[in-house]
Ligand binder design. Structure first.
Ligand code: G6P
Length: 611
């Protein structure tokens, strides 16, 4: 959460910083700001409430020029979104800082600094860092030592960048928990929360490790590790390429990304399928031996990725007979969990930077409590990929819309590939492996077909714009699909939505049903279909209005309160992937009709790097 970018160059940096912020806006967009050192070494700061575009406009009207600067786009944690709370934060016009993360002991530090005469302008936890650096400088420390002494006092997680008019030729950065990369140029260097921010200016990166502290100058970078030893970190050439950030014919990135799904699924399958088997080396060396020893799977994720995990549990237990547990990372990381040395610990993540998921991985690695760790992730250079024993990439390409769509369906595809590889490693069910391979090959075409329902779903969405609540129903692996549908509707249309396994209706939610409550059901032709139909009758007979996505070969009773969109026949194993698409479209069109900011819904961020 929050995006940091910085530059120390031989040319004006403001435009580089702004472009970096635009590319980081997925991390937060409550407010943004820059601080640039002038030719006379004065700190010039401009901040604006709202998106980076608002900051751009301000800077166009009143440019600030300089060759060293830092910038930030904020997702508010401490203090409401407001210009006074926007970063960079300053102390006595001598120090400016940007920060990502949360300083847990900020309240105590604030009181100490107030007692020392410092005046606070914001409600943020960040401002204490600026004042503490200045306080340490006033005691006679040089800038480097003042920052070191400051970070020694900070509790919590952070990535930090500091400029000062004391040392105009140095950017100081520190990483503890939140990600930070250094970008290497010729006679100029950069910093960023991730490589996307810096791709227009470099493709060579150093990923700082936890506890690292670095001095970034125009022609040198010096890094110290957590023990204060000077270290060399590997320089990596990024394969991320330029992010395809153009909308093309689409009005929103979410719409574009929904329609990219046949292609991203195809790319995720490419090179992974043989004739009747999966290709194992894609996950890492010796993976077969490890998978052969796995007796249980523990899946950990957050948000939409968690829903992918819940679907995988149905598939894994059905296909492999191995028990599978799924838990949200924010709970798992703080729980006492038993040591289980036959368990594969599997994280799912679009970004690979979600703080809670990384902390859960760190916990099992520290406790050495699992057989091995693996991640399914969409970002090659991410922390999760770097820190897990094995990884399987989803090839969704950059996902810009905050509400996840193609990252989710490609995770489901990767999970099926993983199940196939697990079966192969165990060596006892070649027919199941063949079944998975052959069905996966049909998937891109089936996704094309379901996307043809676009216009019908757009019409259906008109019924939702005045609604305040909605219930989503599914059974079996379609229950987590319903959960994901409800999450999408909440995220972008702000309609309160809940999902239930349809069999649970009569244990409570039926009390909510009246003609004001739309009920959305996913009804593929599976062995649970007849059970689901009975549950839908329970709703209908109590006046509920039904919106059903149903297999074209299934007969659903029609009346003026039952609205059905038929979906092409799909094999049961693919149904959760295919039936996700109409729910994405329904949320999308409802949000468009309501006029919300579809790609950047209020209060949310794409990459959640604070806990
Ligand atoms: C945020 C995003 C969600 C995402 C979740 C987990 O809440 O808005 O779309 O599902 O984080 O992110 P991850 O990158 O770990 O999948």
């Amino acid at each position: 959460m929050c995006g940091i970018v910085g530059a120390i160059a031989q040319r004006p940096v403001t435009e580089i910083l702004l472009e970096g912020l635009r590319r980081l806006e997925y991390r937060g967009y409550d407010s943004a700001g820059v601080a640039v050192l002038s030719a006379e070494n004065a700190i010039q700061r401009t901040r604006a409430l709202g998106k980076v575009a608002a900051l751009s406009e301000k800077l166009a009207a009143e440019p600030i020029i300089g060759m060293t600067g830092i910038a930030h786009t904020r997702w508010a944690t401490h203090g409401e979104p407001a210009e006074r709370n926007a970063h960079p934060h300053m102390s006595k016009d001598r120090v400016a800082i940007v920060h990502n993360g949360i300083i847990e002991n900020h309240e105590a530090l604030r009181q100490e600094l107030i007692a020392e005469g410092f005046v606070f302008e914001s409600e943020t936890d960040t401002e204490v860092i600026a004042h503490l650096i200045e306080h340490n400088r006033a005691k006679g420390l040089g800038l480097e030592d003042a920052v070191r002494a400051t970070v020694d006092h900070l509790g919590g997680a952070y990535a930090l960048a500091v400029v000062s008019n004391d040392e105009p030729d140095t950017l100081i950065v520190a990483r503890h928990g939140s990600p930070l990369v250094l970008g290497l140029g010729l006679g100029e260097n950069f910093i960023g929360s991730d490589v996307q921010a810096l791709l227009p200016v470099t493709s060579r990166f150093i990923y700082l490790e936890n506890g690292d502290f670095a001095l970034v100058k125009r022609d040198s970078i010096t890094i110290f590790d957590a023990n204060n030893e000077q270290v060399e970190r590997e320089v990596k050439e990024s394969t991320a390429g330029m992010c395809s950030a153009s909308l093309g014919e689409y009005r929103h990135f979410m719409h574009k990304e929904i329609f990219e799904q046949p292609q991203s699924v195809q790319l995720t399958l490419e090179g992974r399928l043989g004739n009747d088997e999966f290709i194992p080396c894609i996950i890492g060396d010796n993976v077969q031996e490890t998978l052969a020893r796995v007796e249980e799977i523990q899946i950990i994720a957050c948000g939409t990725s968690y829903h992918a995990g819940l679907i995988a549990k149905y598939w894994l237990e059905e296909m492999t007979d191995l028990p599978c547990n799924v838990e949200v990372a924010s709970e798992y990381r703080y729980r006492r969990t038993p040591k289980r040395n036959k368990v594969l610990f599997l994280t799912l993540s679009q970004s690979g930077e979600t703080a809670d998921t990384l902390a859960a991985l760190d916990k099992v690695q520290t406790e050495k409590s699992m057989l091995a760790t693996m991640t399914i992730c969409n970002v090659a250079e991410s922390s999760l990929i770097r820190e897990s024993d094995f990884s399987l990439m989803t090839i969704a390409g950059p996902e810009i819309g905050v509400a996840s769509t193609k990252a989710f369906t490609t995770q489901l595809v990767a999970l099926q590939i993983f199940i196939g590889l697990l079966l192969q490693a165990k060596g006892n069910h070649p027919e199941k492996v063949k079944y998975l391979v052959n069905h996966l090959k049909q998937l891109p075409l089936l996704l094309e077909q379901v996307l043809d329902k676009d216009a019908a779903i757009e019409t259906m969405s008109e019924a939702f714009i005045e609604k305040h609540n909605a219930l989503f129903l599914g059974r079996g692996a379609q229950y987590p699909v319903a959960m994901e549908g409800a999450l999408k509707l909440k995220e972008i249309s702000y309609i309160h939505a809940e999902a239930y396994p349809a069999g649970e209706l009569k244990h409570g939610p039926l009390a909510l049903v009246d003609n004001e409550m739309p009920i959305i059901a996913v009804a593929p032709n599976t062995p649970l279909l007849e059970k689901l139909k009975s549950n839908l009758e329970e709703v209908r007979s109590r006046g509920g209005v039904l919106y059903i996505f149903a297999d074209e070969e299934v007969s659903i009773r029609e009346d003026e309160h039952i609205h059905t969109i038929t979906i092409p026949k799909v094999p049961e194993i693919l149904a959760p992937i295919v039936y996700t698409i109409p729910l994405q479209l329904l949320s999308y069109y409802t949000a468009v009709l309501k006029g919300t900011d579809v790609d950047k819904p209020r209060n949310l961020a794409k990459s959640v790097t604070v806990e």
